[in-house]
Design a protein around this ligand. Structure first.
Ligand code: HEM
Length: 139
């Protein structure tokens, strides 16, 4: 876990942009001070200020922000919620178990079931190899 300042939800809620001075939001348990970013946000100020002082994870994820947007957010990172204030479902994947194994299997299945011509060749070739080996062993 990164060495970030622990900020309580109560403190975040004070930066709700009511005074037009500061706007903090929470995304996946991390706290961002986006006050200076508001007028640069491609999606407009309002969508963010509506969630000022609150957890904006669901909204942020629903939009399907690009990798660039996630990178951009790091510039405004000021801290994180404590473990017990972070809802489980909004924690980032990095804090749960790694999924390397299932990722590989999933990728393999995707390739195998993809309808493109080259990927069709892979199972066909495998089938031929199995057939040849079978013939070789039992003849
Ligand atoms: C630090 C926080 C945020 C950053 C750095 C950020 C950055 C961006 C960027 C770069 C885009 C352009 C499209 C893309 O690259 O994905 C974008 C679009 C958008 N964002 Fe954000 N955003 C943040 C928070 C939020 C939040 C909290 C919401 C709403 C809950 C939101 C709603 C939107 C919407 C509605 C668009 C427009 C999408 C479209 O036109 O297709 N953003 N944001």
């Amino acid at each position: 876990m990164e060495d970030l300042r622990i900020i309580s939800l109560e403190e975040v809620s004070k930066h709700n942009f009511e005074d037009k001075k500061s706007c903090w939001i929470v995304i996946s348990g991390k706290v961002y001070d986006v006050t200076k970013f508001l007028n640069e946000h491609p999606g407009g100020e309002e969508v963010i200020t509506q969630l000022a002082g609150q957890d904006a994870t669901v909204g942020f994820l629903d939009v399907g922000h690009s990798k660039d947007a996630t990178e951009m957010a790091k510039e405004y990172l000021i801290g994180r919620l404590s473990e017990n204030e972070t809802p489980k479902e909004t924690q980032t994947k990095t804090s749960s178990k790694p999924e390397n194994g299932s990722g590989f299997v999933q990728q393999f299945i995707e390739i195998m079931t993809s309808p493109t011509w080259t990927n069709f060749l892979i199972p066909t070739t495998l089938g031929i190899i199995v057939y040849v080996v079978y013939k070789f062993l039992f003849n």
